[in-house]
Ligand binder design. Structure first.
Ligand SMILES: [Zn+2]
Length: 180
C-alpha cells in the first residue's frame, strides 16, 4: 500500500480513538467521576492522536508501530475508564450530618457509630440499624415517598459503615421482595 493509504488507515484508527475517548469522558461526567480521570482521558486521546499520526508522517514510527501505538492508547483509555468507574462505585456515601436521622425510627445517626446507608439514585437514606434499613426497603418505601413527597429512585445498594462495604440489593442473600 502507498503511504497515503496507510495514513488513511491511521486516521480512521485515530477517529476510533477519538470516539472511544469522547464516549469514556461523557460516561464519566454522567457518573460524576473525579475530574482528574476525565482530564487524563482527554489528554490521552488528543495526545495519542497527534503523536501517532505525526510520528508516522515524519517517519519516526513505521505503519505497524503507529497502529500498535494507537491501539495501546485506546486500551489505556479504557483501563482509565474502568478504574475511575470502579473507584466511583466503591466511594463511601457522604458522612451523616448532625441532623441526620434514621428514616424509620428518627434516631440521630452518629458518624462514629454504626450506621447503614441506602442508595436510591442520587439520594442517600440513613438508618441506625440494619433491621430498620431492611424494614424500610421491604415494607415502607412507598409510604415514605408519599409522606415526604420524595422523588427517589429504586434502591440499588446499601452501605455498612463499620465494614466500609456496599451490598448490592440484587444479590440473593438480601432477597428483596417488593410489596404488592
Ligand atoms: Zn432506626
Amino acid at each position: 500500500m502507498e503511504e497515503q493509504e496507510l495514513s488513511h488507515i491511521l486516521i480512521i484508527l485515530a477517529g476510533l480513538l477519538r470516539a472511544v475517548g469522547i464516549a469514556c469522558m461523557i460516561a464519566l461526567i454522567f457518573l460524576g467521576a473525579p475530574l482528574r480521570y476525565i482530564f487524563l482521558i482527554a489528554l490521552l486521546t488528543v495526545g495519542g492522536i497527534f503523536t501517532a499520526v505525526l510520528s508516522f508522517l515524519l517517519g519516526i514510527l513505521s505503519f505497524t508501530h503507529a497502529v500498535i501505538y494507537e491501539v495501546v492508547v485506546i486500551f489505556i483509555n479504557l483501563l482509565v475508564f474502568f478504574y475511575a468507574y470502579r473507584e466511583k462505585k466503591n466511594l463511601p456515601p457522604p458522612k451523616p450530618s448532625e441532623t441526620t436521622r434514621c428514616v424509620v425510627c428518627s434516631a440521630y445517626i452518629k458518624p462514629n457509630q454504626e450506621y447503614f446507608v441506602l442508595k436510591c439514585g442520587e439520594n442517600y437514606l440513613y438508618f441506625d440499624t440494619e433491621e430498620h434499613l431492611k424494614r424500610f426497603f421491604l415494607e415502607n418505601i412507598e409510604e415514605y415517598k408519599k409522606f415526604r413527597n420524595l422523588q427517589i429512585k429504586e434502591p440499588e445498594c446499601y452501605y455498612i459503615h463499620s465494614r466500609k462495604l456496599w451490598v448490592d440489593l440484587k444479590q440473593e442473600e438480601v432477597s428483596v421482595s417488593k410489596p404488592s
